[in-house]
Ligand binder design. Sequence first.
Ligand code: SF4
Length: 275
Amino acid sequence: MLRQRELEMNEKEGIMQVWACGGGVQSTAIAVLICQGKLPTPDFAWIVDVGYEKSKTFDYVKSTIIPRLSEIGVRLKIIRTIDYFDNSLFDATNNVRLPLYEKGNDGIVRKYKTHCSGTWKQRVAHHWLREQGVKRCDTWIGISVDEMRRIKISSVKWNQNKYPLVDLGIRREDCIDLIARAGWPKPEHTSCYLCPNQPDFQWQDLKENYREDWERAVGFDEYIRSINPNLFLHTSCKPLKDKAFDTKYTNKFFVGKECFGDCESIVEEGGGSNL
Ligand code: SF4
């Protein structure tokens, strides 16, 4: 918990309190706690739009989180990645930015490292914070007790990561309760529509219920193979358009995870080694 004494000391030392919203369950719980006065009002709050989010994520952010926060005077800024960095799937030298899957000649499936979230989210947020004049800050991140392995130190000295839900002992199920008890609508799963970390039930949901996002994901899946014919968005290394999803199988580690720019710390359990 961000204790009063700690906050006063931070203020004295010019350490701002800033909140990185991810738009999912845990971030919505933080928004509820701020609205209820159980967390202090942050100096800055933002969510990064990398340009590939599922449409339902920003529908929820715009219809629920932003209006409720603005009622108590908190502005949640939407920062667009493309205003700061190139958000292409490959960098200038054709290196992959997404954690794509590649089937080698030996038949082994390997997974690429995640560069997208750090480049498209974390670096963008750092640039934006500096533009706002932030010299030192504590960044609140919506990780709950059940995801504590994602806790990590910041990549820059002027920022310290803070985990208010962990400090309060709140689990993901508690977040869902908290949101329901506050009378807010249930948040949806968040991630990019083309995120290779999605479990099958999310791909299936995209295919059945969000046709525009699905068509875009299929288009990108085809596109990456025009650059390298062995690359795939799906872990099975099958084209998305032909894939029959196994919605019974769920890699629990990915379910409900919000992407805050730290996804390089999410490594698939039992999956292929990182390239
Ligand atoms: S949601 Fe997935 S694809 Fe999007 S930035 Fe995060 S790790 Fe990358």
